[in-house]
Design a protein around this ligand. Structure first.
Ligand SMILES: Cc1cc2nc3c(=O)[nH]c(=O)nc-3n(C[C@H](O)[C@H](O)[C@H](O)COP(=O)(O)OP(=O)(O)OC[C@H]3O[C@@H](n4cnc5c(N)ncnc54)[C@H](O)[C@@H]3O)c2cc1C
Length: 397
């Protein structure tokens, strides 16, 4: 079978590896001119790491992953430690250590494993036509390609998503989550946080956090509740952060000081999409953010894209009726699970960003002195419904 995948992000490349390993002829197209992922890093929870292991990338991801042994919350204003506990129970209960990884490193590993010679950059899809026997994709330069299957891994603003929606269905629209995220990479600095901990400073509905990634670096990120679309010129550098976090604890000031806005500072307004049910039409299906654009509040967007790649691979390894039938089975396995993660992230974002001041105050109070059992339960709960976790929990967990 020939497969076209549009989108060379984490979703598209992981699906490409999964399908190529089944012996299919897979080609990936992407409109980007060079491999330059938006965003500095991301946390891969156990479900996402397990898919990468399944794809044959266990050694690579372990080498790229930071040693995130513990979780620490600190008061944003005073720096006082609210709680400090081990994340070992997440590993023990889910069966895999989670890893924060630099995005460019993960993306490069996925592209290398898929085969860069089969990834065509600078190629923007503009139209899709399915004649029932084959699907044809047309590109902006007038060229086209035809295959038995098209996977639209074309991200949050997916063209494929619009194509697969039923006639007359309400338009699927992105919704603003109420805050802007700033992120980047800096050298590890114990003045900001322990090198083996995910440290988060919280106050006023804002967050400032660091997580370790390979190469003695911290992935840092800030959340600032504010309206969508505020003007920002890259020349402003970290000025909005200096304003938003003025007077915060010494660790946050050390973090602000360490940021080099020229080499590593991204700014992104956060949007998501209310879960919807139709992911396939004929020989075409969507995957990754195209299907379940989520806020990053539980760190599951890419992990969910990896679950899609896993489910798609299993679906094509085990079903033989037709491409259309197999895609429907993929959709059936994924829609509810992926939608659940989107809604979990939305609820968590609501709790943490002071959109409901009482809820956020209660969350801050719950952090003080906790042994982390409730937080671990939440993290493991996000992972628990994964299709990858065929073994489930160990007896006695
Ligand atoms: C601030 C932030 C933090 C995050 N943190 C985490 C985290 O900690 N853990 C986690 O699991 N997830 C996290 N995520 C989510 C994660 O980044 C995404 O879910 C994931 O990258 C989606 O991958 P994708 O391949 O589906 O889409 P993308 O990476 O968006 O890739 C889509 C690709 O399609 C291409 N494309 C689009 N349209 C066309 C077209 N018409 N023709 C050709 N090419 C096209 C684009 O150029 C792009 O390369 C975070 C997201 C954000 C914004």
């Amino acid at each position: 079978m020939k497969v076209i995948i549009v989108g060379a992000g984490i979703g598209g490349t992981s699906a490409g590896i999964a399908l190529a390993r089944l012996g299919h002829e897979v080609v990936i197209y992407d409109q980007m001119r060079e491999n330059k992922p938006v965003g500095a890093a991301l946390s891969l929870w156990s479900n996402g790491v397990k898919v990468l292991n399944w794809l044959g990338l266990a050694d690579e991801v372990a080498a790229l992953g930071g040693d995130m042994a513990d979780m620490v919350y600190r008061d944003g204003a005073s720096g006082e430690i609210l709680c400090d506990f081990s994340l070992a129970p997440v590993t023990a209960q889910s069966g895999q250590k989670p890893y924060p990884v630099a995005r460019a490193d993960l993306q490069a590993a996925l592209m290398d494993r898929f085969g860069r010679e089969r990834i065509h950059l600078n190629t923007k899809m503009v139209a899709i036509a399915d004649d029932g026997a084959r699907v044809t994709v047309t590109f902006a330069d007038g060229s086209d390609d035809t295959a038995d299957l098209l996977i639209g891994a074309d991200g949050a603003r997916s063209l494929t998503r619009a194509y697969v929606q039923p006639e007359g269905a309400p338009e699927v629209v992105r919704e603003y989550c109420g805050y802007t995220n700033f992120n980047g990479l800096i050298p590890v600095d114990p003045a900001i946080g322990r090198p083996t901990a995910w440290t988060t400073y919280v106050a006023d509905g804002k967050r400032a956090a660091v997580m370790p990634v390979a190469g003695d670096r911290f992935y840092f990120w800030f959340d600032v509740p504010q309206p969508a679309g505020l003007p920002y010129d890259r020349a402003e550098g970290k000025a909005p952060l200096l304003a938003a976090f003025a007077g915060w604890a010494p660790g946050v000031q050390a973090l602000l000081e360490a940021i080099d806005p020229v080499t590593s500072l991204n700014r992104v307004d956060i949007w998501d999409i209310t879960p919807f049910e139709t992911w396939t039409k004929g020989r075409v299906a969507i995957l990754g953010d195209a299907a379940h654009n989520t806020a990053p509040d539980i760190g599951q967007g890419a992990c969910s894209a990896l679950e899609d790649a896993f489910a798609l691979g299993i679906a094509f390894a085990t079903n033989t009726l037709s491409v259309e039938d197999t895609l429907k089975r993929y959709e059936r396995v994924r829609v509810e699970r992926a939608g659940d993660l989107v809604l979990r992230a939305r609820r968590r974002g609501h709790e943490t960003h002071a959109f409901d001041a009482d809820a956020t105050a209660a969350w801050y109070a719950s952090l003080r002195g906790t042994d982390g059992a409730g937080i671990i339960r939440g993290i493991v709960g996000n992972i628990a419904g994964t299709p990858v976790d065929l073994g489930g929990r160990l007896p006695g967990d």
